[in-house]
Write a protein that binds this ligand. Structure first.
Ligand code: DOR
Ligand code: ZN
Length: 473
């Protein structure tokens, strides 16, 4: 008789299209059966999910663990423990580490480094730095990067490749922001690999001009910060990106959209049939300039959180399907770094642990359905980046990655309880109804009722097995 490694009984399965009561049987890290029936055979572990929702494990496609590099801010042990605590079973690690993931050798080193630390499964982004690594893109693709990231509008440090958050022309030891011609070439090169070309979208030229103007008039408020990086900065880059993508045929993805105007351009491009996708993050859905008085500089991110009207239009993009998925842009900095002046501090805050609770709060508030959550945090990320049906799927043969959710659980987000090294969050004190209560990675319980299990190294690298598919067709 079969012995199951785990069974999950009496829960309600949630996918992007339906929800239904069923039991899940797991063996050797894979889903064996999803059925209304009780199958015979003992189980080593049984979870009673009565009254709870059982989702395909949630994926955070956008985290910065700073590892290797400025690991005093965060490292992969902390970020993936935070992920497990927050109901995430797979993370995609961004390539702006030091050294960055810019060629095959550094990819291998990074896999070795992170494999020892991972609490949940992970994939790696490759970086695009123009002429400095165009020739390495094919070998990175062969290694299995999930896609290529380009920090459009950023200068990076020439030695460490770290982002210059408050760059000014004339600074030494920097690679200045790339020109449109360089981007055109990058897109051509990425197109040849067939991978996604994902961009941070802010126009640095405009940012420089506006920053000078705002500084000249002594602007210091949060609205002044937005004035240096307004919707127009995102619009210019997205517009150029769409045109270059049309010309080169690259699979173009816009990261962390922050403005209604830029989102409208992407919606129109999609309507034309161009293969262009866009993601957003909880901070653009749950925060606006109005929150600065309460939260303060900890909420400084790039692109900056904008106005209430942008927030509303981004929710609209979620509802109408323009936005493919939601991810955290987990970008920790230390408390000290974030406590300087609004203009000099780095951009970014913790997010991987609060992504799922915030989206569940969206369900509680009636803005999303449970199916939407399965679509935005699991099914679409897996399809978009070519790891479906291994991930993002609860059918026999898929990895047994499962997040179980209690929609009645109420708890307040407490910065001191976050598992990241940094406790910088904009959500301290926010009441949430709807929490992940169990996180299961390939059949192994990694979080149960807030307690973490297992050890560093239990998370495994996943690489792209096949071409990504567009969820829109
Ligand atoms: O706020 C941000 N922080 N935006 C980015 O684009 C990068 C990130 C980081 O790595 O700190
Ligand atoms: Zn990011």
């Amino acid at each position: 008789m079969t012995t199951w490694d785990m069974k999950i009984e009496n829960g309600t399965i949630v996918t992007d299209t339906e929800q239904y009561k069923a039991n899940i049987y797991i063996r050797e890290g894979k889903i064996s059966a999803v059925t209304h029936e009780q199958l015979t055979g003992d189980s080593l572990e049984t979870i009673d999910a009565t009254g709870h929702y059982v989702f395909p494990g949630f994926i955070d496609t956008h985290i910065h663990s700073r590892d290797p590099g400025p690991t005093y801010k965060e490292d992969f042990i902390h970020s993936t423990r935070a992920a497990a605590a927050g109901g995430i079973t797979t993370v995609f690690e961004m390539p702006n580490t030091s050294p960055p993931v810019n060629h095959a050798e550094n990819f291998d080193r990074q896999v070795e480094n992170l494999s020892k630390k991972a609490f949940v499964d992970f994939a790696l982004w490759g970086i695009c730095v123009g002429d400095l690594n165009n020739q390495h893109l094919p070998s990175l693709q062969q290694k299995g990067v999930i896609g290529f990231k380009f920090f459009w509008g950023y200068a990076v440090h020439a030695k460490t490749y770290q982002l210059m958050y408050n760059y000014k022309p004339g600074m030494e030891d920097v690679i200045p922001p790339f020109q449109d011609g360089d981007v055109y070439t990058m897109m051509q090169e990425v197109q040849k690999t067939g991978e996604v070309f994902a961009v941070h979208a802010e126009n640095n030229d405009l940012i420089q001009t506006l920053t000078e103007k705002v500084e000249a008039r002594g602007g210091k408020s949060y609205e002044d910060l937005i004035a240096t990086r307004p919707a127009l900065a995102e619009v210019l880059t997205v517009k150029t990106g769409i045109e270059l993508a049309r010309e080169t045929g690259v699979r173009f993805h816009v990261l962390h959209i922050s403005s209604g105007d830029a989102l409208d351009l992407i919606r129109d491009a999609q309507a034309e049939g161009l293969p262009i996708t866009v993601e957003t993050c909880p901070h653009y859905l749950f925060l606006s300039n109005e929150d600065f008085a309460r939260v303060g500089p900890h909420m400084k991110v790039y692109p900056p959180v904008k106005y209430k009207s942008d927030q509303e239009r981004i929710w609209q993009g979620i509802t109408d399907g323009t936005i493919s998925h939601v991810c955290s842009d987990h970008a920790p900095h230390t408390e000290e770094e974030k406590n300087g002046g609004l203009w000099s501090i780095p951009a970014g805050m913790c997010g991987v642990e609060t992504l799922v609770p915030l989206m569940l709060q969206g369900v509680t508030e009636g803005k999303l359905s449970l199916q939407d959550v399965a679509r935005l945090l699991s099914v679409t990320p897996a399809k978009l980046f070519g790891v479906h049906p291994q991930k993002g799927c609860l059918t026999p043969g898929s990895d047994a990655d499962i997040t179980i959710v209690d929609m009645n659980k109420e708890r307040t987000i407490d910065r001191e309880q976050l598992h990241s090294k940094s406790k910088v969050t904009a959500y301290h004190g926010k009441k949430i109804k709807g929490w992940p209560v169990q996180t299961i990675v390939r059949g192994q319980m990694v979080m149960n009722d807030g307690k973490l299990f297992g050890k560093p190294g239990q998370g495994k690298l996943i690489t792209k097995k096949r071409k990504q598919s567009l969820p829109f067709n």
